[in-house]
Design a protein around this ligand. Structure first.
Ligand SMILES: C[S@@+](CC[C@H](N)C(=O)[O-])C[C@H]1O[C@@H](n2cnc3c(N)ncnc32)[C@H](O)[C@@H]1O
Length: 324
């Protein structure tokens, strides 16, 4: 079946390729997600270079990110092409285009635009992941509020949090923190430089009925400086998932994860109890852990073990379990 208003035959062929690919992956992923009782999962990620999309299902809605590249189309042609792609996505998934939220992203998005707001619709949808509730926003920010690739790591944290003092650094909207609290943590401290994300994290606690203000703390700080203020033995379990690069007026110095990871990790370890666990994750593709410089008793690369079914073969992040 072709799209009539795209006149070039080769364009229709390409759209058919996209349709076939999407139909195949959607069928497969949807089945797996259903089996695992997951409503939020990734369907497609740059599978075909001519269709540079990331497509994620958030229950009855779709988040469609188009990565901008030099496509050689005029604005009008691009709009027509995108509309044709939307029709295909709606047709395959059965989710009408009104519920497909499209966003355009630059290829490498982690540098300056980290705090940039993309839109102002302020529409938040409640979704459920592994029994916990999260608010996602599919239009206003660079990311949705819930990073789907850490679903397994979040579950690990929940399973290991009972009675522990948990610290979540670069907490973003606090999804790891909610899992830790739900797992029975003695306390959960969430640290981020963004007030917007911290208040989003507080909302996540509220909607999950995690109300004990004495147990749950939200700290507005630069992690680098915050770590220097901690007493030894303050935490038993820590999650640290920093951006690759970060710069802000509130920071004394910029953060470059390759340059700074040894200092950050050693500062975290200094604030932990012996035998405490640190989950450290980074999206920096070329990241190299300077293992000998880290004061740990055990370091394990758990990237593969924490890769969910919908990210297999596609994941460009690293994850380590570091034991003090
Ligand atoms: C990659 S996200 C973390 C994702 C989070 N761990 C999750 O799984 O939902 C990075 C976060 O770091 C925060 N951030 C960036 N630089 C920071 C700094 N120097 N100190 C504290 N937070 C910072 C950003 O506001 C953002 O929320």
């Amino acid at each position: 079946m072709g799209i009539p208003y795209l006149c070039a035959m080769s364009d229709n062929n390409k759209l058919d390729m996209f349709r076939n690919r999407l139909a195949k992956v959607y069928k497969h992923r949807q089945k797996q997600a259903r089996r695992m009782e997951l409503g939020c999962y990734r369907v497609y990620d740059h599978d075909l270079p001519e269709f540079p999309f990331c497509i994620e299902v958030y229950e009855d809605k779709i988040y469609l990110a188009e990565y901008l590249r030099r496509h050689g189309m005029t604005d009008e042609e691009h709009e027509t092409w995108l509309e044709a792609c939307l029709q295909i996505i709606a047709e395959i998934t059965g989710i009408p285009s009104a519920r497909i939220h499209t966003r355009q992203r630059k290829k490498m998005s982690h540098r300056d635009e980290q705090y940039e707001k993309m839109d102002k619709k302020e529409e938040f949808y409640t979704v459920t992941e592994q029994g916990l509730k999260f608010l996602v926003n599919l239009t206003d920010y660079l990311d949705t509020g819930l990073f789907l690739d850490h679903r397994i790591t979040r579950q690990l944290v929940r399973e290991q949090s009972a009675g522990k003092r948990v610290l979540n650094l670069f907490c973003y909207t606090g999804s790891f923190s909610v899992y830790a609290a739900a797992g029975g943590a003695a306390s959960v401290t969430s640290v981020d430089l963004s007030k917007t994300y911290l208040s989003w994290a507080e909302d996540h606690f509220r909607i999950n009925l995690l109300k004990d203000k004495n147990k749950y703390q939200f700290v507005h700080a630069d992690v680098k400086q915050y770590l220097k203020t901690l007493q030894p033995g303050s935490f038993d379990l820590v999650v640290m998932d920093p951006p690759t690069f970060s710069n802000s007026k509130r920071m004394k110095d910029f953060l470059d994860i390759q340059r700074d990871h040894v200092e950050l990790i050693n500062d975290v370890l200094a604030a932990m109890t012996a035998g405490g666990i640190l989950y450290f994750s980074t999206n920096y593709t070329k990241f190299q852990l300077d293992q000998p410089a880290i004061h740990a008793t055990e370091i394990k690369d758990i990237t593969k073990a924490t890769t969910p079914f919908d990210f297999e073969g596609k994941l460009k992040r690293w994850c380590f379990r570091i034991i003090k």
